[in-house]
Design a protein around this ligand. Structure first.
Ligand SMILES: *Cc1c(COP(=O)(O)O)cnc(C)c1O
Length: 458
Protein backbone atom coordinates (compact mmCIF):
# COMPACT_ATOMS: atom_id res chain seq x y z
CA UNK A 1 0.00 0.00 0.00
CA UNK A 2 1.42 3.36 -0.98
CA UNK A 3 1.71 6.24 1.49
CA UNK A 4 -0.98 8.02 -0.41
CA UNK A 5 -3.37 5.08 -0.11
CA UNK A 6 -2.51 4.62 3.54
CA UNK A 7 -3.38 8.23 4.22
CA UNK A 8 -7.03 7.39 3.63
CA UNK A 9 -6.88 5.14 6.69
CA UNK A 10 -5.53 7.91 8.89
CA UNK A 11 -7.76 9.39 11.55
CA UNK A 12 -9.34 12.75 10.71
CA UNK A 13 -7.15 15.68 11.84
CA UNK A 14 -4.08 13.43 11.74
CA UNK A 15 -4.13 12.86 7.99
CA UNK A 16 -1.20 14.33 6.12
CA UNK A 17 -1.97 17.97 5.50
CA UNK A 18 -4.46 18.45 8.30
CA UNK A 19 -1.67 18.81 10.79
CA UNK A 20 0.35 21.13 8.54
CA UNK A 21 -0.12 24.81 8.08
CA UNK A 22 -1.05 25.88 4.56
CA UNK A 23 0.41 28.96 2.94
CA UNK A 24 -2.08 31.80 2.74
CA UNK A 25 -0.34 33.44 -0.17
CA UNK A 26 0.62 30.64 -2.55
CA UNK A 27 -1.40 27.84 -4.10
CA UNK A 28 0.14 24.69 -2.54
CA UNK A 29 2.60 22.89 -4.81
CA UNK A 30 1.09 19.45 -4.04
CA UNK A 31 -2.46 18.10 -4.16
CA UNK A 32 -4.38 17.12 -1.04
CA UNK A 33 -7.04 14.50 -0.42
CA UNK A 34 -10.55 15.91 -0.88
CA UNK A 35 -11.39 15.02 2.73
CA UNK A 36 -8.40 16.98 3.91
CA UNK A 37 -9.13 20.05 1.82
CA UNK A 38 -12.79 19.88 2.81
CA UNK A 39 -12.00 19.69 6.51
CA UNK A 40 -9.61 22.64 6.33
CA UNK A 41 -12.03 24.89 4.44
CA UNK A 42 -15.05 23.78 6.45
CA UNK A 43 -13.27 24.44 9.73
CA UNK A 44 -12.16 27.89 8.75
CA UNK A 45 -15.65 28.87 7.49
CA UNK A 46 -16.99 27.64 10.84
CA UNK A 47 -15.50 30.80 12.37
CA UNK A 48 -18.04 32.92 10.47
CA UNK A 49 -21.11 34.08 12.35
CA UNK A 50 -24.14 31.82 12.29
CA UNK A 51 -26.35 33.03 9.39
CA UNK A 52 -29.59 32.29 11.26
CA UNK A 53 -28.49 34.60 14.09
CA UNK A 54 -27.42 37.28 11.63
CA UNK A 55 -30.01 39.98 12.24
CA UNK A 56 -27.89 42.46 10.27
CA UNK A 57 -28.62 41.01 6.85
CA UNK A 58 -31.70 41.33 4.66
CA UNK A 59 -30.65 38.33 2.65
CA UNK A 60 -32.28 34.90 2.81
CA UNK A 61 -30.69 32.44 5.22
CA UNK A 62 -33.35 29.76 5.22
CA UNK A 63 -35.10 27.73 2.52
CA UNK A 64 -36.91 24.42 2.84
CA UNK A 65 -35.41 21.08 1.86
CA UNK A 66 -37.16 20.95 -1.52
CA UNK A 67 -35.54 24.24 -2.38
CA UNK A 68 -32.20 22.81 -1.27
CA UNK A 69 -32.84 19.81 -3.53
CA UNK A 70 -33.70 22.03 -6.47
CA UNK A 71 -30.60 24.11 -5.80
CA UNK A 72 -28.44 20.96 -5.86
CA UNK A 73 -30.15 19.90 -9.14
CA UNK A 74 -29.38 23.21 -10.81
CA UNK A 75 -26.18 24.69 -9.45
CA UNK A 76 -24.40 23.98 -12.72
CA UNK A 77 -26.77 26.03 -14.88
CA UNK A 78 -25.53 29.29 -16.33
CA UNK A 79 -28.29 31.85 -16.71
CA UNK A 80 -26.74 33.34 -19.84
CA UNK A 81 -26.90 30.04 -21.76
CA UNK A 82 -30.43 30.70 -22.93
CA UNK A 83 -29.93 28.51 -25.98
CA UNK A 84 -28.69 25.55 -23.95
CA UNK A 85 -31.14 25.97 -21.08
CA UNK A 86 -34.30 27.21 -22.76
CA UNK A 87 -36.50 25.89 -19.94
CA UNK A 88 -34.68 28.00 -17.35
CA UNK A 89 -34.92 30.99 -19.71
CA UNK A 90 -38.67 30.44 -20.09
CA UNK A 91 -39.07 30.23 -16.31
CA UNK A 92 -37.14 33.49 -15.91
CA UNK A 93 -39.50 35.18 -18.39
CA UNK A 94 -42.52 33.78 -16.54
CA UNK A 95 -41.25 35.15 -13.21
CA UNK A 96 -40.78 38.57 -14.81
CA UNK A 97 -44.38 38.73 -16.02
CA UNK A 98 -45.57 37.54 -12.60
CA UNK A 99 -43.66 40.38 -10.94
CA UNK A 100 -45.00 42.93 -13.46
CA UNK A 101 -48.49 41.69 -12.60
CA UNK A 102 -47.77 41.76 -8.84
CA UNK A 103 -46.67 45.40 -9.24
CA UNK A 104 -49.80 46.31 -11.21
CA UNK A 105 -48.26 47.04 -14.60
CA UNK A 106 -51.02 48.19 -16.97
CA UNK A 107 -50.21 45.37 -19.40
CA UNK A 108 -47.87 42.79 -17.76
CA UNK A 109 -47.21 40.97 -21.03
CA UNK A 110 -45.94 44.19 -22.60
CA UNK A 111 -43.41 44.97 -19.87
CA UNK A 112 -39.70 44.35 -20.09
CA UNK A 113 -37.58 43.04 -17.27
CA UNK A 114 -34.44 41.20 -16.36
CA UNK A 115 -33.12 39.11 -13.53
CA UNK A 116 -29.80 40.20 -12.05
CA UNK A 117 -27.34 39.14 -9.40
CA UNK A 118 -29.08 41.42 -6.88
CA UNK A 119 -30.76 44.78 -6.44
CA UNK A 120 -27.50 46.64 -6.99
CA UNK A 121 -27.15 45.45 -10.58
CA UNK A 122 -30.91 45.99 -11.06
CA UNK A 123 -30.59 49.56 -9.74
CA UNK A 124 -27.74 50.26 -12.18
CA UNK A 125 -30.16 49.42 -14.99
CA UNK A 126 -33.00 51.44 -13.52
CA UNK A 127 -30.61 54.39 -13.37
CA UNK A 128 -29.07 53.77 -16.79
CA UNK A 129 -32.47 53.62 -18.47
CA UNK A 130 -33.41 56.96 -16.89
CA UNK A 131 -30.12 58.48 -18.01
CA UNK A 132 -30.30 57.17 -21.57
CA UNK A 133 -33.94 58.20 -22.01
CA UNK A 134 -33.08 61.69 -20.76
CA UNK A 135 -30.13 61.86 -23.19
CA UNK A 136 -32.38 60.90 -26.11
CA UNK A 137 -34.96 63.54 -25.16
CA UNK A 138 -32.31 66.22 -24.76
CA UNK A 139 -30.57 65.35 -28.04
CA UNK A 140 -33.87 65.45 -29.89
CA UNK A 141 -34.34 68.97 -28.49
CA UNK A 142 -30.81 69.94 -29.45
CA UNK A 143 -29.87 70.48 -25.80
CA UNK A 144 -26.79 69.56 -23.76
CA UNK A 145 -26.50 66.08 -22.22
CA UNK A 146 -23.45 66.95 -20.20
CA UNK A 147 -24.76 67.35 -16.68
CA UNK A 148 -27.33 64.71 -15.73
CA UNK A 149 -28.44 64.58 -12.10
CA UNK A 150 -30.47 62.11 -10.06
CA UNK A 151 -32.53 63.16 -7.04
CA UNK A 152 -32.63 60.79 -4.08
CA UNK A 153 -32.77 60.69 -0.30
CA UNK A 154 -29.51 60.91 1.64
CA UNK A 155 -30.58 57.58 3.18
CA UNK A 156 -30.28 55.65 -0.09
CA UNK A 157 -28.46 52.36 -0.20
CA UNK A 158 -24.84 52.55 -1.32
CA UNK A 159 -25.71 51.05 -4.74
CA UNK A 160 -27.09 54.47 -5.79
CA UNK A 161 -23.89 56.23 -4.79
CA UNK A 162 -22.11 53.65 -6.92
CA UNK A 163 -24.47 54.21 -9.84
CA UNK A 164 -23.88 57.97 -9.75
CA UNK A 165 -20.14 57.52 -9.43
CA UNK A 166 -19.66 54.79 -12.05
CA UNK A 167 -22.05 56.25 -14.62
CA UNK A 168 -21.19 59.90 -14.04
CA UNK A 169 -24.45 61.29 -12.83
CA UNK A 170 -24.55 64.03 -10.19
CA UNK A 171 -26.29 62.73 -7.06
CA UNK A 172 -28.59 65.31 -5.49
CA UNK A 173 -29.30 64.11 -2.00
CA UNK A 174 -32.40 65.34 -0.18
CA UNK A 175 -31.34 65.34 3.49
CA UNK A 176 -33.30 63.54 6.20
CA UNK A 177 -34.10 65.41 9.40
CA UNK A 178 -36.03 64.83 12.60
CA UNK A 179 -39.03 66.61 10.95
CA UNK A 180 -38.71 64.77 7.66
CA UNK A 181 -37.36 61.41 8.72
CA UNK A 182 -37.48 60.28 5.11
CA UNK A 183 -37.89 61.81 1.67
CA UNK A 184 -41.56 62.87 1.38
CA UNK A 185 -41.56 65.51 -1.35
CA UNK A 186 -40.72 68.38 1.00
CA UNK A 187 -38.78 71.07 -0.91
CA UNK A 188 -38.28 68.62 -3.77
CA UNK A 189 -38.56 71.49 -6.25
CA UNK A 190 -35.21 72.82 -4.98
CA UNK A 191 -33.41 69.76 -6.31
CA UNK A 192 -35.05 69.41 -9.70
CA UNK A 193 -34.14 71.04 -12.99
CA UNK A 194 -34.01 70.26 -16.70
CA UNK A 195 -31.00 67.98 -16.13
CA UNK A 196 -32.80 65.72 -13.66
CA UNK A 197 -32.98 62.24 -15.15
CA UNK A 198 -35.34 60.98 -12.44
CA UNK A 199 -36.19 60.63 -8.76
CA UNK A 200 -35.51 57.44 -6.81
CA UNK A 201 -37.94 56.56 -4.02
CA UNK A 202 -37.11 53.80 -1.56
CA UNK A 203 -39.69 51.25 -0.53
CA UNK A 204 -37.97 50.08 2.61
CA UNK A 205 -35.26 52.50 3.75
CA UNK A 206 -32.25 50.38 4.61
CA UNK A 207 -31.42 52.28 7.79
CA UNK A 208 -34.87 52.21 9.36
CA UNK A 209 -37.16 49.82 7.44
CA UNK A 210 -39.83 52.44 6.62
CA UNK A 211 -41.44 53.10 3.23
CA UNK A 212 -40.95 56.47 1.58
CA UNK A 213 -44.38 57.80 0.53
CA UNK A 214 -44.00 57.10 -3.19
CA UNK A 215 -47.43 58.47 -4.07
CA UNK A 216 -46.83 61.73 -2.21
CA UNK A 217 -43.51 62.17 -3.99
CA UNK A 218 -45.20 61.44 -7.35
CA UNK A 219 -47.89 64.05 -6.57
CA UNK A 220 -45.22 66.60 -5.74
CA UNK A 221 -43.65 65.84 -9.12
CA UNK A 222 -47.07 66.46 -10.73
CA UNK A 223 -47.11 69.91 -9.12
CA UNK A 224 -43.57 70.57 -10.27
CA UNK A 225 -44.55 69.56 -13.80
CA UNK A 226 -47.49 71.98 -13.72
CA UNK A 227 -45.23 74.83 -12.72
CA UNK A 228 -42.13 74.10 -14.78
CA UNK A 229 -43.21 71.73 -17.55
CA UNK A 230 -40.57 69.21 -16.41
CA UNK A 231 -41.93 65.66 -16.59
CA UNK A 232 -39.69 63.71 -14.20
CA UNK A 233 -39.95 59.90 -14.08
CA UNK A 234 -39.43 57.80 -10.96
CA UNK A 235 -37.64 54.58 -10.17
CA UNK A 236 -38.71 52.72 -7.02
CA UNK A 237 -35.96 50.91 -5.14
CA UNK A 238 -38.09 48.14 -3.71
CA UNK A 239 -35.12 45.92 -2.72
CA UNK A 240 -37.04 44.92 0.39
CA UNK A 241 -40.51 46.49 0.14
CA UNK A 242 -41.50 45.41 -3.36
CA UNK A 243 -41.78 41.82 -2.10
CA UNK A 244 -43.63 42.83 1.07
CA UNK A 245 -46.10 45.63 0.27
CA UNK A 246 -48.05 43.75 -2.45
CA UNK A 247 -48.88 41.05 0.10
CA UNK A 248 -49.33 43.01 3.31
CA UNK A 249 -50.66 46.38 2.05
CA UNK A 250 -52.30 45.64 -1.32
CA UNK A 251 -54.08 49.02 -1.32
CA UNK A 252 -50.92 51.05 -0.89
CA UNK A 253 -50.19 52.75 -4.24
CA UNK A 254 -46.45 52.78 -4.71
CA UNK A 255 -46.05 50.78 -7.93
CA UNK A 256 -47.01 50.93 -11.62
CA UNK A 257 -50.45 52.20 -10.61
CA UNK A 258 -48.59 55.52 -10.46
CA UNK A 259 -47.85 56.66 -14.02
CA UNK A 260 -44.62 58.30 -12.94
CA UNK A 261 -43.13 55.02 -11.80
CA UNK A 262 -41.18 53.81 -14.83
CA UNK A 263 -39.23 51.02 -13.17
CA UNK A 264 -38.98 48.97 -9.98
CA UNK A 265 -36.22 46.77 -8.63
CA UNK A 266 -36.29 44.14 -5.93
CA UNK A 267 -33.95 41.58 -4.40
CA UNK A 268 -35.22 38.06 -4.96
CA UNK A 269 -32.76 37.11 -2.24
CA UNK A 270 -34.27 39.44 0.37
CA UNK A 271 -38.03 39.19 0.95
CA UNK A 272 -38.34 37.20 -2.28
CA UNK A 273 -37.01 34.56 0.16
CA UNK A 274 -34.36 33.01 -2.13
CA UNK A 275 -30.71 32.37 -1.17
CA UNK A 276 -28.22 35.11 -2.20
CA UNK A 277 -27.63 35.88 -5.85
CA UNK A 278 -30.91 37.16 -7.30
CA UNK A 279 -32.42 40.55 -8.16
CA UNK A 280 -35.08 41.79 -10.56
CA UNK A 281 -35.86 44.99 -12.43
CA UNK A 282 -39.08 45.58 -14.34
CA UNK A 283 -40.05 48.53 -16.60
CA UNK A 284 -43.70 49.55 -16.83
CA UNK A 285 -43.78 49.13 -20.62
CA UNK A 286 -41.33 48.46 -23.41
CA UNK A 287 -41.27 52.07 -24.56
CA UNK A 288 -39.72 53.47 -21.36
CA UNK A 289 -36.60 51.33 -21.76
CA UNK A 290 -34.33 52.79 -24.49
CA UNK A 291 -33.72 50.08 -27.04
CA UNK A 292 -30.04 50.85 -27.37
CA UNK A 293 -29.43 49.36 -23.89
CA UNK A 294 -30.56 45.94 -25.08
CA UNK A 295 -28.28 43.27 -26.52
CA UNK A 296 -29.56 40.34 -28.50
CA UNK A 297 -28.20 36.88 -27.72
CA UNK A 298 -28.81 33.77 -29.71
CA UNK A 299 -31.71 31.75 -28.34
CA UNK A 300 -33.12 28.63 -29.97
CA UNK A 301 -31.88 29.76 -33.33
CA UNK A 302 -33.60 33.12 -32.86
CA UNK A 303 -32.50 36.00 -30.76
CA UNK A 304 -33.40 36.98 -27.23
CA UNK A 305 -33.04 40.47 -25.80
CA UNK A 306 -30.76 40.68 -22.75
CA UNK A 307 -29.85 43.39 -20.35
CA UNK A 308 -27.07 42.56 -17.95
CA UNK A 309 -23.74 43.82 -16.69
CA UNK A 310 -22.62 40.26 -16.05
CA UNK A 311 -22.40 37.58 -18.66
CA UNK A 312 -22.28 34.28 -16.74
CA UNK A 313 -24.42 34.07 -13.62
CA UNK A 314 -26.01 31.22 -11.65
CA UNK A 315 -29.39 30.15 -13.04
CA UNK A 316 -30.42 28.14 -9.99
CA UNK A 317 -31.73 31.13 -8.05
CA UNK A 318 -34.24 31.91 -10.79
CA UNK A 319 -35.60 28.36 -10.49
CA UNK A 320 -35.74 28.79 -6.72
CA UNK A 321 -37.76 31.99 -7.13
CA UNK A 322 -40.22 30.21 -9.40
CA UNK A 323 -40.38 27.33 -6.92
CA UNK A 324 -41.37 29.76 -4.16
CA UNK A 325 -43.97 31.50 -6.33
CA UNK A 326 -45.61 28.10 -6.84
CA UNK A 327 -44.99 26.76 -3.34
CA UNK A 328 -46.12 29.81 -1.38
CA UNK A 329 -48.53 31.51 -3.72
CA UNK A 330 -49.83 34.96 -2.92
CA UNK A 331 -51.38 33.76 0.32
CA UNK A 332 -48.19 32.04 1.48
CA UNK A 333 -46.08 35.12 0.85
CA UNK A 334 -48.59 37.18 2.81
CA UNK A 335 -48.47 34.80 5.75
CA UNK A 336 -44.67 34.60 5.78
CA UNK A 337 -44.21 38.39 5.60
CA UNK A 338 -46.95 39.06 8.17
CA UNK A 339 -45.36 36.56 10.52
CA UNK A 340 -41.97 38.26 10.20
CA UNK A 341 -43.63 41.62 10.93
CA UNK A 342 -45.29 40.05 13.99
CA UNK A 343 -41.96 38.76 15.30
CA UNK A 344 -40.33 42.15 14.64
CA UNK A 345 -43.19 43.93 16.42
CA UNK A 346 -42.77 41.67 19.45
CA UNK A 347 -39.05 42.49 19.55
CA UNK A 348 -39.65 46.23 19.10
CA UNK A 349 -42.18 46.22 21.93
CA UNK A 350 -39.79 44.39 24.26
CA UNK A 351 -36.95 46.76 23.39
CA UNK A 352 -39.15 49.83 23.85
CA UNK A 353 -39.79 48.69 27.44
CA UNK A 354 -36.10 49.17 28.22
CA UNK A 355 -35.60 52.61 29.74
CA UNK A 356 -32.59 53.74 27.65
CA UNK A 357 -34.19 53.10 24.26
CA UNK A 358 -36.51 54.88 21.86
CA UNK A 359 -37.75 53.08 18.72
CA UNK A 360 -37.12 55.11 15.54
CA UNK A 361 -40.22 53.71 13.80
CA UNK A 362 -42.18 50.61 14.79
CA UNK A 363 -42.05 47.74 12.30
CA UNK A 364 -45.13 47.55 10.09
CA UNK A 365 -44.10 48.48 6.57
CA UNK A 366 -41.33 45.92 6.90
CA UNK A 367 -40.11 43.55 9.64
CA UNK A 368 -37.15 45.90 10.09
CA UNK A 369 -36.77 48.46 12.88
CA UNK A 370 -34.12 50.48 14.62
CA UNK A 371 -33.73 52.21 17.96
CA UNK A 372 -31.55 54.87 19.50
CA UNK A 373 -30.43 55.87 22.96
CA UNK A 374 -32.44 58.48 24.86
CA UNK A 375 -30.63 61.42 26.33
CA UNK A 376 -29.27 60.84 29.83
CA UNK A 377 -28.60 57.13 29.30
CA UNK A 378 -25.49 55.24 28.36
CA UNK A 379 -23.13 57.23 30.55
CA UNK A 380 -20.53 54.50 30.28
CA UNK A 381 -21.64 52.61 27.20
CA UNK A 382 -22.93 52.95 23.66
CA UNK A 383 -25.02 50.90 21.27
CA UNK A 384 -21.75 49.60 19.85
CA UNK A 385 -21.00 48.02 23.25
CA UNK A 386 -24.40 46.39 23.26
CA UNK A 387 -23.69 45.02 19.76
CA UNK A 388 -20.41 43.54 21.09
CA UNK A 389 -22.13 41.96 24.10
CA UNK A 390 -24.81 40.39 21.90
CA UNK A 391 -22.15 39.03 19.61
CA UNK A 392 -20.86 36.97 22.54
CA UNK A 393 -24.09 34.97 22.35
CA UNK A 394 -23.89 34.74 18.55
CA UNK A 395 -26.42 37.51 17.78
CA UNK A 396 -25.38 39.95 15.11
CA UNK A 397 -27.26 43.18 15.74
CA UNK A 398 -25.23 46.06 14.31
CA UNK A 399 -25.13 49.70 15.38
CA UNK A 400 -24.31 52.47 12.90
CA UNK A 401 -24.61 56.23 12.45
CA UNK A 402 -27.44 57.80 10.40
CA UNK A 403 -26.54 59.51 7.10
CA UNK A 404 -25.43 63.12 6.60
CA UNK A 405 -27.23 65.77 8.70
CA UNK A 406 -28.24 63.21 11.31
CA UNK A 407 -24.85 61.52 11.55
CA UNK A 408 -24.62 62.28 15.28
CA UNK A 409 -27.49 59.87 15.89
CA UNK A 410 -26.48 56.21 16.17
CA UNK A 411 -29.05 53.53 15.56
CA UNK A 412 -29.12 49.84 16.26
CA UNK A 413 -31.16 47.73 13.88
CA UNK A 414 -32.85 44.34 13.71
CA UNK A 415 -33.88 42.74 10.42
CA UNK A 416 -36.34 39.91 10.96
CA UNK A 417 -36.59 37.43 8.10
CA UNK A 418 -38.33 34.17 7.41
CA UNK A 419 -36.70 31.73 9.83
CA UNK A 420 -36.44 34.08 12.81
CA UNK A 421 -39.03 32.48 15.06
CA UNK A 422 -40.88 33.93 18.03
CA UNK A 423 -38.86 31.54 20.20
CA UNK A 424 -35.59 32.91 18.88
CA UNK A 425 -36.95 36.43 19.34
CA UNK A 426 -37.79 35.70 23.00
CA UNK A 427 -34.25 34.47 23.60
CA UNK A 428 -32.80 37.55 21.90
CA UNK A 429 -35.07 39.94 23.85
CA UNK A 430 -33.92 38.33 27.10
CA UNK A 431 -30.26 38.64 26.08
CA UNK A 432 -30.74 42.32 25.20
CA UNK A 433 -32.41 42.95 28.54
CA UNK A 434 -29.63 41.19 30.48
CA UNK A 435 -26.91 43.03 28.56
CA UNK A 436 -28.53 46.43 29.09
CA UNK A 437 -28.79 45.73 32.82
CA UNK A 438 -25.12 44.79 32.89
CA UNK A 439 -24.05 47.86 30.88
CA UNK A 440 -26.13 50.24 33.00
CA UNK A 441 -24.35 49.07 36.18
CA UNK A 442 -20.87 49.85 34.83
CA UNK A 443 -19.17 52.47 36.95
CA UNK A 444 -16.52 53.29 34.34
CA UNK A 445 -16.38 53.40 30.55
CA UNK A 446 -16.74 50.08 28.83
CA UNK A 447 -13.35 49.11 27.38
CA UNK A 448 -13.80 48.38 23.70
CA UNK A 449 -11.61 46.86 21.02
CA UNK A 450 -11.62 49.74 18.55
CA UNK A 451 -9.95 47.70 15.84
CA UNK A 452 -12.89 45.40 15.35
CA UNK A 453 -15.26 46.38 12.55
CA UNK A 454 -19.00 46.17 12.93
CA UNK A 455 -20.89 44.20 10.34
CA UNK A 456 -23.50 46.31 8.60
CA UNK A 457 -25.18 45.45 5.35
CA UNK A 458 -26.67 48.71 4.23
C1 LIG B 1 -30.16 45.74 0.01
C2 LIG B 1 -30.55 46.94 -0.73
C3 LIG B 1 -29.97 47.22 -1.97
C4 LIG B 1 -28.89 46.36 -2.56
O1 LIG B 1 -29.39 45.11 -2.82
P1 LIG B 1 -28.51 43.83 -3.17
O2 LIG B 1 -29.54 42.85 -3.59
O3 LIG B 1 -27.82 43.47 -1.92
O4 LIG B 1 -27.57 44.21 -4.27
C5 LIG B 1 -30.40 48.34 -2.65
N1 LIG B 1 -31.34 49.14 -2.14
C6 LIG B 1 -31.93 48.90 -0.95
C7 LIG B 1 -32.99 49.84 -0.44
C8 LIG B 1 -31.54 47.79 -0.19
O5 LIG B 1 -32.11 47.55 0.99
Amino acid sequence: MSDFEKSELNPVFARPGEATEYSRTKIPAESALPETAYQIVHDEAMLDGNPRQNLATFVGTWMDEYADKLYADAYDKNMIDKDEYPATAAIEARCQVMLADLWNAPDPANTIATSTIGSSEAAMFGGLALKRAWQHRRKAEGKSTEKPNLVLSSAVQVCWEKFCNYFEVEARYVPVSMDHKQMDGFELEKYIDENTIGVVAILGVTYTGTFEPVKKIAEKLDEIEKETGLDIPMHVDGATGAMIAPFTQPDLEWDFRLDRVHSINTSGHKYGLVYPGLGWVVWRSKDVLPEDLIFNVSYLGGSMPTLALNFSRPGAQVLLQYYLFLRLGHDGYRRVQENSIKVATYLAEEISKLAPFEIWAMPGDTPIFAWYMKEGYGKNWTLYDLADRLRMRGWQVPAYPLPADLEDVSLQRIVVRNGVTLDMARALAQDIKNDVEFLETLDGPMPRDKTEGHAFTH
